[in-house]
Design a protein around this ligand. Structure first.
Ligand code: NAP
Length: 240
């Protein structure tokens, strides 16, 4: 699929250690006194892209408190539900099985949109509607990422989108050839933990080939020994 033609241009923006690990709770205070969350937000904001997309585990960190859903509700059609008028900025999360809960329709002023499959319950759809959350259906039982990106472009009128983790969702997006650019903010930390989530965790068994080759677009040194690299994703070698 040609970038920009039928889906938004996707920039994967992540803050990582020098060994590519992304669990910032393990890093403590950064050398130079910096804070990883603020570093992430500041660099992300510089793109002025009004929408971010994350996997279910990451979205859970921004979701509401866990509430029980009613057992019997009316049947709700599996049709997309998007707030009108269209909000100006979006917090988009994958939720194939309907596990997230919301009491508000926004995260820090960004309107919540969930990417669902048709397997979610009527009670879940009623819950999202009462919270004012928007949703798009992107598959029967599995979430189709190309469908999700097409719908995000068409229904939310977005031409650019920030993909902001976590590793498993980034990996699935990269494997589906839906990542156009990578923006990596590298903090001067070695994680070293075997099995600690890294910036791209591709689904399936380990391939014999690398996932993608890149062309460096820019490189900036930030205060505190932080490096900020931007890459264009080139052709992705076929995977064994
Ligand atoms: N350092 C950073 O810049 C940064 C940025 C973002 C997040 N993070 C951290 O990353 C961690 C989470 O990363 P993670 O890799 O465990 O989780 P994740 O990528 O946030 O979410 C993974 C989940 O997304 C769901 N999903 C739905 N559709 C999918 C698809 N087509 N392909 C793959 N997954 C799909 C799956 O949940 P179901 O199986 O339930 O459907 C999957 O388990 C958190 O600790 C977060 O704080 C760090």
């Amino acid at each position: 699929m040609k970038a920009g033609a039928t889906r938004p241009y996707v920039i994967c923006h992540m803050c990582t250690t020098i060994d590519g690990k992304i669990l910032s709770a393990r890093w403590g205070r950064l050398p130079g006194g910096g804070d990883a969350a603020r570093l992430f937000e500041r660099t992300a904001a510089s793109f002025s892209v009004p929408a971010w997309l994350v996997g279910t585990t990451t979205m859970k960190e921004f979701a509401g408190r866990n509430v029980r859903l009613p057992t019997s509700v009316r049947r709700i059609a599996r049709t997309d539900h998007v707030a009108k008028p269209l909000p100006k900025s979006f917090a988009i999360g994958a939720d194939a099985r309907g596990v997230l809960r919301f009491q508000h329709a926004d995260v820090g002023g960004d309107h919540v949109v969930l990417l669902l499959t048709e397997q979610v319950s009527d009670a879940y759809l009623a819950h999202l509607q009462s919270a004012g959350v928007s949703y798009l259906f992107c598959g029967g039982r599995a979430l189709s990422l190309p469908t999700a990106l097409r719908k995000i472009g068409a229904q939310l009128k977005l031409r650019r989108l920030m993909l902001e983790g976590g590793g498993r969702f980034n990996g699935a997006m990269l494997q589906a050839r839906l990542v156009d650019e990578i923006s990596q903010v590298i903090v001067p930390v070695v994680d070293g933990g075997v099995g600690v989530t890294s910036v791209f965790e591709l689904p399936g068994t380990t391939s014999t080939r690398a996932a993608a080759t890149l062309r460096l677009l820019s490189h900036r040194a930030l205060p505190g020994g932080v490096e900020w690299l931007r890459y264009r994703v080139l052709q992705q070698p076929s995977r064994a």
